[in-house]
Design a protein around this ligand. Structure first.
Ligand SMILES: Nc1ncnc2c1ncn2[C@@H]1O[C@H](COP(=O)(O)OP(=O)(O)OP(=O)(O)O)[C@@H](O)[C@H]1O
Length: 561
């Protein structure tokens, strides 16, 4: 059978398609040439619009009105001036042409310096991610780094800010030590002095290294939007927690991601331990917690370092005592132990009798103890009870009794902390410079970033119970009596503190003198009076059905005669 010729359109198809393509390309090129000025102007107009929108978004709300008014006045003036609109149009087109004259080149791969960096990183990883008998090694000296590095981003300084690495399945990514070696290496090779976060995806054999954005250090003490029983320890990365709260950060209000610690009857981590080097900000954390606690409850402060950094709290509504001497601290803690027991008895009685729990028993009581190790040392030298022993009842039973204990000490004092303190302080915070091992020892889990050698005060990590380790920046809550405290911060702290009963409000910018910061000697001199007031038999208290008088009030009563 004779073969039928192919239809003409198919036999000469490829030639005509090629010709059509050429015609289309030539037409597109000519159109681009002709339309080039128009394209430049449109690009410029787009850039002008974007920059205008950004400027408008960055303008504080209170300045938007005047700006809008100014713009409207300009438009009116232009409209009224002869040839105004046409001149304005020419100016805008000129500005757009100038702005759109250069096209930002699209980067399609790493430049030479970046390739060299990535290759060096790849070579450094070879010994860790290869074994001699791997027939197709992903990592091999002189190998193809592009196969192993699935993604990378460099910052403006040419340093890696994100790297995604695929590694062979036989790498022991389940071992903390093996992971830590890789993290250490990537950290060193990518540039020290920055914090790196490592996310290991064991299922996909993939590691993603990122440089987290710095946490804001300009959020100061303020009333945070929280529910009763919640305390904001500080702020963390936006992707680390689901919640945000509106906060004042400098002059603007932003949605920040808080580390919220829940206390009280339903809390699974009802007491907190904060640890840091000297000057890392643990006192500031306690002050920040005190300021928030005073909004709903009563506070006892025991300052083991005796430096008077809590003087600003003395005598304020809700502050039952601020003690810095050993005797005063012991008396206060003894009272707190009895008060915890009294609250337990009343809560039990109310529950058994089917009555509501009395208000004074429900009101949260906070025991804030800074540097217990110092007091423990003094107590041992003096043959007196270690304050930590008196904390046993509040720590063990405080949750049911609405009593919360917060302790802060330094790394070198960790060994002096009693077993009860270690067991019951399940909310943990580490502040300031610390090694990976130190952080792991306190939090019970490795930090999720490489701890940088230098951190701002109040920066660290928090872990609530068995939850994830979170980066933390404590809100700036300095001592308003400190000369180094700025006027704005002094005002911020004094604004959130309750008044002193009977005291006329003081102008926040005038530093108040430490009202009655007790020296150790003075505090010790008062001790006998305190101790005489405090130990009240629990049964007797229960029978009287009234709260025990706290030490500070007892002292006042004695002084008044
Ligand atoms: N979150 C923070 N924001 C801003 N500054 C802070 C913060 N925390 C602490 N600081 C500043 O750092 C300094 C030391 O803070 P702080 O006294 O709280 O540290 P510390 O750990 O208690 O040290 P020390 O035990 O030696 O007193 C103070 O000047 C304080 O104002």
């Amino acid at each position: 059978m004779a073969r039928r010729p192919l239809p003409r359109i198919l036999s000469s198809g490829s030639a005509s398609i090629t010709r059509s393509r050429e015609i289309a390309r030539t037409a597109a090129d000519s159109a681009t040439d002709v339309l080039h000025p128009l394209i430049t102007i449109i690009r410029g107009l787009r850039l002008l619009a974007v920059s205008g929108r950004q400027k408008w978004a960055a303008t504080p709300k209170e300045r938007r009105g005047p700006k809008l008014f100014l713009a409207a006045a300009c438009v009116l003036a232009v409209a009224l001036v002869p040839y105004g609109p046409i001149l304005a149009l020419i100016t805008v087109m000129g500005a757009a042409a100038w702005k759109g004259r250069e096209r930002t080149p699209v980067k399609t791969g790493p430049d030479e310096a970046e390739s060299t960096r990535l290759r060096a990183l790849y070579e450094a990883l070879v010994p860790y991610f290869s074994v001699p008998d791997d027939p197709e090694p992903l990592f091999a000296h002189g190998g193809d780094w592009e196969k192993a590095f699935d993604g990378y981003t460099f910052d403006g300084d040419g340093r890696l800010s994100r790297l995604q690495v695929s590694y062979p399945a036989y790498f022991t990514d389940g071992e903390a030590a093996a992971r830590s070696r890789i993290e250490q290496l990537l950290h060193t090779k990518s540039g020290r002095g920055r914090e790196y976060r490592f996310a290991w995806d064991e299922e996909a054999n993939r590691l993603v290294m990122t440089v987290p954005a710095p946490l804001s250090t300009s959020i100061a003490a303020q009333r945070f939007v929280t529910a009763p029983g919640e305390t904001v320890l500080g702020f963390t990365d936006p992707d680390a927690v689901r919640r945000t709260v509106p906060v004042r950060d400098g002059d603007t209000t932003v949605d920040a991601s808080p580390v919220v610690w829940r206390t009280g009857g339903r809390s699974t981590e009802p007491h907190l331990l904060a640890v840091g080097q000297p000057g890392s900000g643990t006192t500031t954390l306690i002050r920040s917690i005190a300021v928030q606690a005073l909004q709903q409850g009563d506070v006892l402060v025991i300052d083991g370092s005796g430096t008077g950094e809590y003087g600003t709290l003395t005598g304020r509504t809700g502050v039952l005592a601020v003690e810095s001497g050993l005797g005063g601290a012991l008396a206060t803690l003894e009272w707190a132990a009895h008060e915890t027991e009294r609250r337990l008895i009343f809560t039990n009685r109310a529950r058994q009798g089917g009555h509501p729990v009395p208000e004074d028993v429900k009101r949260p009581l906070w025991i804030l103890l800074d540097r217990p190790a110092v007091l423990g040392h003094l107590a041992a030298a003096d043959g007196r009870t270690d304050p930590q022993e008196l904390l046993q009842v509040p720590l063990r039973h405080g949750r049911a009794a609405g009593v919360t204990v917060v302790l802060a000490d330094q790394f070198d004092a960790l060994e002096t902390l009693s077993e009860t303190v270690r067991t019951h302080t399940r909310a943990r915070v580490v502040l300031g410079p610390a090694s990976r091992e130190q952080i792991t020892a306190v939090l019970g889990a490795e930090p999720n970033t490489t701890p940088p050698p230098e951190v701002p005060a109040g920066r660290g990590y928090a872990r609530l119970g068995t939850g994830p380790v979170l980066r933390l920046q404590v809100p700036a809550t300095p001592d308003p009596y400190d000369d180094a405290t700025s006027d704005a911060l002094r005002r911020a702290v004094l604004d959130v503190l309750p008044e002193r009963p009977g005291a006329s409000p003081q102008p926040a910018s005038v530093p108040e003198g430490p009202a009655d910061t007790a020296t150790d000697a003075a505090a010790d001199a008062r001790d006998d009076a305190d101790t005489a007031q405090v130990p009240v038999a629990v049964e007797a208290m229960a029978a009287e059905s009234r709260p025990v008088e706290p030490p500070a009030r007892a002292q006042a009563a004695i002084a008044e005669g």
